[in-house]
Design a protein around this ligand. Structure first.
Ligand code: ADP
Ligand code: TZD
Ligand code: MG
Length: 578
């Protein structure tokens, strides 16, 4: 960009004309980000943000450049989930913005704090639809899919614009925020003095929201009245980082708990009070259920029969008041942030302890034993070729002494088997397809998790799921991130055994050698056709700490259509009729 000023340019301008020191929109954006403790950006370069990224990089911000904006956005979103600070994704106008918008919408759906910052074309031309380069009214396109969308039209508003975006992303229910920076704003020059004054350091972006005493008392009364209470932990509970408060409540009350998939590890999966191995039984029999940061959406069958009993009463802990009664009547809503709410519960408990009955925990224990024995039987099998159970058992065993490893998981069968077989022992270490059941988060989440944690990541990917973001292997290799991608390769979406001469809608190329893709980028490829070599490949790859891809060959006949959610797949009533 011709009108960009480097620091040197500022100095010389100043010394030439002896007037006030000048700066520009590019510098102001970087200064505003730094002032607010933002140290990492995820994005794809191009007009009009190339110089912005260069400058950010030169000024010490970590920049991770991707091959597609959707993955950059997914990395930013998961960074937001893991750190409670908004992950920042930067994109170019129109098509780059739209690619990033999918990730922004996904972040909003999953309640992750993220800010998508896009450069945009000349407002005067865009608004008259006169056909600018990458013309689009991005702010209005973003609005329906974001928690909030703002546009900065004057350089002196950059500071306040970013502050608004941070507050919107982090406060209350977190979500994705769009911030539009016009090319004109980025290139505008203004006096340093004015610029400095315009910056805003956000104070308290996610203010505590204390529950009312009455709501705490009502919830505890309901829980005390229960014969068979159950706590259901969602990813909102994991996000809130109230790990100690939640654990203390569960252990002191003796209430069994169930984690939703991304809440696995909040308490370790082998915790004696976990009811995960008796999920349907615990849900069906519970008379009072306390939802903590979990919505009664499709993932919980909307709280309806046959999974749920009509007589079950609910406590719901959530920061969003409008979540209450969204699917079922909630007898005891507790609106507040989970850390404050659990602290209030724990304080109130000291006055009037309640303890879940031991016979209820025993009933769950018996059911758990039965189910665990059945599962162990299933996991013992070692068929050739591998199926999902045997392959994931091999991966699980390789991870047994590595609770520090982050797990990313997407696919259909790969996701459903992975969720059940891979045990988690640390909070916020399982990152998956989430509320949308979306494909394409894999490499973006893996990169985001590796970048913010510095810890190894194992991405368990269906072969279809992997394809949505597979080119980011180059990104992983370029930054030498400790990401091990394991492809459960059954040659297709759900299954790879469809018959017929032309490729079926669900089948992929047979015996695709995915491990060769990472070799092209200098990473290590493994080809694993049995459980022993798969187990060894995962161990070796983790020890090496290098980018790796393991092609785990799975029986094409092993999967089920739509994995565990076949009931959601509409079938034509006319099938089989003339
Ligand atoms: P899961 O898919 O694991 O069941 P959901 O994404 O459906 O979880 O639910 C997350 C819920 O957590 C949302 O309703 C959101 O409003 C809530 N939430 C997010 N952060 C907090 C927080 N800090 N305190 C209270 N509730 C929160
Ligand atoms: N596109 C997007 C963005 N999200 C989706 N969820 C889908 C398409 C539909 N879909 C699923 O729901 S799972 C899946 C698709 C394409 C892939 C399943 O195949 P896989 O996993 O190879 O990833 P398995 O192990 O073969 O079941
Ligand atoms: Mg597959």
């Amino acid at each position: 960009m011709a009108n960009t000023l480097s620091r040197d340019a500022e100095q010389s301008l100043d010394s030439q004309n002896g007037s006030a020191v000048l700066t520009d929109g590019f510098h102001l954006v970087v200064d505003a980000l730094k002032l607010n403790g933002i140290d990492t950006l995820y994005g794809v370069a191009g007009i009009p943000i190339t110089d912005l990224l260069r400058l950010a990089h030169a000024e010490g911000l970590r920049y991770i450049g991707f091959r597609h904006e959707q993955s950059a956005g997914n990395a930013a979103a998961i960074a937001g989930y893991l750190t409670q600070k908004p992950g920042i994704c930067m994109t170019v106008s129109a098509p780059g913005f739209l690619n990033g918008l999918v990730a922004l919408a996904n972040a909003t759906t999953n309640c992750f704090p993220m800010i998508l910052i896009s450069g945009s074309s000349d407002r005067a031309i865009v608004d008259l639809e006169q056909g600018d380069y990458e013309e689009m009214d991005q702010m209005n396109a973003a609005k329906p899919y974001a928690k909030a969308a703002y546009r900065v039209n004057r350089p002196q508003d950059i500071g306040i614009g970013l502050a608004r975006a941070i507050h919107a992303a982090c406060s209350g229910r977190p979500g994705g925020v769009y911030l539009d920076l016009t090319a004109e704003v980025l290139g505008s020059v203004l006096e340093m003095e004015t610029a400095k004054k315009s910056l805003v350091k956000v104070v308290d972006p996610a203010p505590a929201q204390f529950p009312s005493d009455e709501s705490i008392a009502n919830a505890l009364d309901l829980l005390r009245s229960a014969d068979r209470p159950l706590v259901l932990l969602g990813k909102g509970a994991a996000y809130s980082q109230a790990d100690n408060e939640i654990r203390s409540f569960i252990e002191s009350t003796g209430v069994p708990f169930l984690p939703m998939s991304m809440a696995k590890g909040l308490l370790p999966d082998n915790h004696p009070q976990s009811a995960a191995a008796a999920r349907s039984f615990a849900i069906g029999q519970a008379d009072v259920v306390m939802l903590v940061g979990a919505r009664l959406n499709w993932l919980l069958s909307h709280g309806r029969a046959p999974l749920w009993s009509e007589n079950t009463k609910f406590v719901q802990v959530d920061i969003s008041p409008t979540e209450i009664d969204s699917n079922r009547a909630i007898a005891a809503p507790v609106v507040g942030d989970i850390k404050s709410v659990m602290t209030a519960f724990n304080a109130a408990l000291k006055l009037g302890q309640f303890k879940a009955s031991s016979s209820w925990m025993e009933q769950i224990g018996q059911r758990k034993q039965k189910n665990v024995a059945r599962m162990a039987e299933q996991l013992k099998a070692d068929p050739q070729p591998m199926n999902f159970s045997s392959a994931l058992r091999a991966v699980r065993d390789a991870l047994a002494d590595r609770p520090d490893v982050y797990i990313v998981n997407e696919g259909a069968n790969t996701l459903d088997f992975g969720r059940n077989i891979i045990e988690m022992y640390e909070p916020r270490h399982r990152l998956d397809s989430g509320t949308w059941g979306v494909m394409g988060i894999g490499m973006g989440y893996a990169i985001g998790a590796a970048v913010v944690s510095g810890k190894p990541v194992v991405a368990l990917e269906g072969d279809s799921a992997f394809g949505f973001s597979g080119m980011e292997l180059e990104t992983i290799c370029r930054y030498q991130l400790p990401v091990v991608t394991v492809i459960m390769n059954n040659n297709g979406i759900y299954r790879g055994d469809a018959s017929g001469s032309a490729p079926s809608p669900t089948a992929f190329l047979a015996d695709a050698r995915y491990e060769k893709i990472i070799e092209a980028f200098g990473g290590v490829g493994y080809y694993a056709t049995d459980t022993a070599s798969l187990n060894k490949a995962v161990r070796d790859a983790l020890v090496s700490g290098k980018p790796a891809l393991i092609n785990a060959v799975i029986d094409p006949k092993a999967g089920t259509e739509s994995g565990h959610i076949q009931s959601l797949n509409p079938k034509s009533a006319l099938v089989g009729k003339p």
